[in-house]
Design a binder for this molecule. Sequence first.
Ligand SMILES: Nc1ncnc2c1ncn2[C@@H]1O[C@H](COP(=O)(O)OP(=O)(O)OP(=O)(O)O)[C@@H](O)[C@H]1O
Length: 316
Amino acid sequence: MNSNLKIHLLVNETAGNGRAKKILDRMVLLLIKEKITFDVKKSAFAGEAIRLAQTYADKQHLNNEVLIIIGGDGSLNEVLNGIKRSQNPLTPFAYLPAGTGNDFGRAANLPSDPQELLDNIKQHVFTPTLTDCGSFRLPEFSEQTYYFANSFGIGFDAYVNHLSNISNLKKLLNKLNEGKLIYGLHILSALYKQDTFHVDLEANGKRWHYNDAFLVTTTNHPYLGGGIPLLPCAKIDSHKIDTVIVEKDSLKKLVKLFLDLLKDGSHLNDPQFHYIEADKITVITNQKEFVQVDGEKIKRQPFKLEFAVDQFRLYR
Ligand SMILES: Nc1ncnc2c1ncn2[C@@H]1O[C@H](COP(=O)(O)OP(=O)(O)OP(=O)(O)O)[C@@H](O)[C@H]1O
């Protein structure tokens, strides 16, 4: 495979505040040095990687061709959705995490070093692995199925994500490598400001109702917001998805739960913390809340959501 290897690079150069561009440059140098044929496609605007990935996967590719994605979790989400919509939805790809959060890379234990990835690809042992992702449908709006690699969050985590994305300070502090500081400030702000909401859930033949939900996040693995271990026991290859519900009783109890989460994972024993593991789950909310899908914001609305576990083929 090595001698006639052909690499297709799909890159979001804006990811990771320029990190993706640096990783691309290093990858290109390596490919030239190793005389490996390659081409590069760059997303020119948000959302374009969906079409680029779909166009790639609409064609059949030979075993010696490998698509490598360079970008953050948002770019991975776009590629996953593009490939799933294509005529060959099991088209495999490799992913070099190059964003700011990189939660999927962390959960799947992926290398972020181009040399390491290339060495893996060059070895015969390197075959695509069926890897879990989540899917969701909004049956009241359309028949379309959407996919996520990390999580779909309603409430608190989506609000933090919203605050981070609108903050001009974020860009500046990210440049100074102080992005985590501003993220911490947004967490504090959202702890105060996020309202509670009603949620109904249905899975495994059972129903749940919470009057004072603060966070309802359906996740494929443990991490959120750049390495926060929301649900340490969630496994990326469990063929299940987990929906976490955090209730708000008082701000004091909520802050304690959050500190336990950061300290030692003992938040799992907190009476306000719940999770449901299932291969399918329906989630119904009653009011407009902030929503994030793989760190990208979607329109606020009351939801009826049908989640399911799905799979894609990833070189790991
Ligand atoms: N050329 C472009 N110009 C502006 N935005 C782009 C471009 N290409 C892609 N995007 C958008 O950039 C957004 C952020 O990308 P991505 O999530 O990959 O990086 P990140 O936010 O730095 O990383 P992470 O999500 O891991 O924290 C995505 O919503 C994507 O649609």
